[in-house]
Design a protein around this ligand. Sequence first.
Ligand code: MF3
Ligand code: CO
Ligand code: CO
Length: 276
Amino acid sequence: MAIHPKTPSEIESMRLAGRLAAEVLDFIAPHVKPGVTTGGLDRLCHDFMVGVQGTIPAPLNYAPPGHKPYPKSICTSVNHQVCHGIPGDRVLKDGDIVNVDITVIKDGWHGDTSRMFIVGEGSIQARRLCETAYEAMWKGIQQVRAGARLGDIGHAVQRHAESRGFSIVREFCGHGIGRRFHEEPQILHYGQPRQGLALEPGMTFTVEPMVNAGRRDIRALADGWTIVTADHSLSAQWEHTVLVTEQGFEVLTVSAGSPPPPAFVAAPATPAATVS
Ligand code: MF3
Ligand code: CO
Ligand code: CO
């Protein structure tokens, strides 16, 4: 299926959906504390989305081919859970790391974003993993501009994570997004520079690397959704929805509470000064 770049008015709709998704993360951040259950976080987010924002939680009853309907409104992936953790009775405790992944639908358009939260202080390894995953996402985003290729994104993400001794999950990837939750193209978080599809202005997709402290291998739990690391090592993920522009990129999932980009993003990158 062809990839249709979004029109200016569609992009405006995507900006709104993206900001609203990020604002759910702003809303839930102060609640991610020891003693709360992941199910409690789901309930709070659900009520905020439906009751305050007037958005639809896209995960609820989402049923891609081969999956039973997803039963909750957000994903909460704790410690060695890689992604798609189903909120429930689990009580968060000091030192846990948790990814909260929010996808809203507003006026038919999707915004998809996730952040890591460290409950309490966290171990040095946990903090380093979360920071590296954040940097890796931004290394990928930084590659985005008209004419760049998907392999440029994947390579930049992979190179950063592996340079820190971590591994990249291969089985899950970023994705085109728009009227549908998961559209073409697939955005791999590994790859070779100058390979793959060339980016065009108006494309919208997510960059959402999953970074494991140990080996990259994963397993699926019997609940049909939750993905965990095979070696039970910690895993971290961040996600933004981005727009391809002529000059570069625009992050659509920004809000007042978005963590600032790493310092290397602000630094002017001239080809001559870029270390490769
Ligand atoms: N938000 C996830 C992503 O980034 C997808 C979650 S699908 C669900 O693509 F059904 F588990 F919610
Ligand atoms: Co996504
Ligand atoms: Co997501």
